[in-house]
Design a protein around this ligand. Sequence first.
Ligand code: NAP
Length: 333
Amino acid sequence: MSDTQHTRVLIVGSGPAGYTAGVYAARAMLEPMLIQGIEPGGQLTTTTEVENWPGDTEVQGPDLMVRMESHARAMGCNIVHDIVTDLDLSKRPFTATCDSGAVVTADAIILATGARAKWLGLPSEDAFKGFGVSACATCDGFFYRGQEIIVVGGGNTAVEEALFLTNFASKVTLVHRRDELRAEAILQNRLKKNPKIETLWFHQIEEIRGTDSPKGVESVALKNVQTGEITELPAKGVFIAIGHAPASELVKDQLDLHHGGYVKVEPGTTRTAIPGVFAAGDLTDHVYRQAVTSAGMGCMAALDAERFLAEHDQAVRDTVTEPLGYGAEEPAE
Ligand code: NAP
């Protein structure tokens, strides 16, 4: 990418929201540019089977994202492998500065930076990250063949990760702070039927314990949240699956955020408080957070951007033609 470029529509992020926005904006002849970010394809690239993408009874998450990227590219979306490190939304055209040093100006921006895995925030979790502590079963599960593993959380991610990890582990303990899971019923049924998984209700991790040399996890101290009792469970791997937080750092001082960091949009639209800036997918959706709803919002954002640019172009044409009106000859009597 040359040092400074201008685009009508800049899409930031490459999950289902970003790529769908790319397909729609390209088909609207807006010649969009999409900057992929640090993890091209987003969260779905760290999952395995996806069973709720309409039209595919089962599809691998990474394959689905490769297909979405190819689709957007085939429609004419300019897909750039770079990371936006700074965004200036204070004036139009908006300016994005990238990790490579490239600068992109844009008449409209679609923010689709998604969400990232949350961590517990324990010092021992930090100490063993990458050495037994992970937030991605598909990335790291392979390292725990024949070992005992703990998964923390009670949502879809936790249950899916626990099920996936039984492909490698001798035993998986799902640790949840309540006695009820948020995960879909179909996943809960699979969990109950899996002989390798045990669920430990009303427990939270107090400390992750291990050795320094070689660096690795050996056990986890667990607290019973009802009685306060601490027990120790042997484990070589600890997978944290306690939800996701929106990746809104780029815009946190420029746009209104709510519900713990989600970009606020006008209800029923993808319009943010800044005209010409749109937000779609997990960055703004604190309710549904599904691949298919993200894709739907990506479509909405492209349509909203198209409408905005059409109105903007019309306003520019009106200002250009207005002075001519003053100089026009008086109509003949
Ligand atoms: P989630 O649904 O928000 O669930 C997070 C889980 O972690 C909850 O059970 C929560 O406990 C627990 N938790 C949160 N903070 C915790 C803490 N500090 N200590 C211990 N436990 C904690 O997150 P998710 O499972 O990542 O799912 C996010 C979204 O993606 C959801 O909308 C989900 O449906 C979607 N998703 C869908 C699929 C699929 O369709 N196949 C797969 C993955 C994710 P409480 O229940 O007590 O609050």
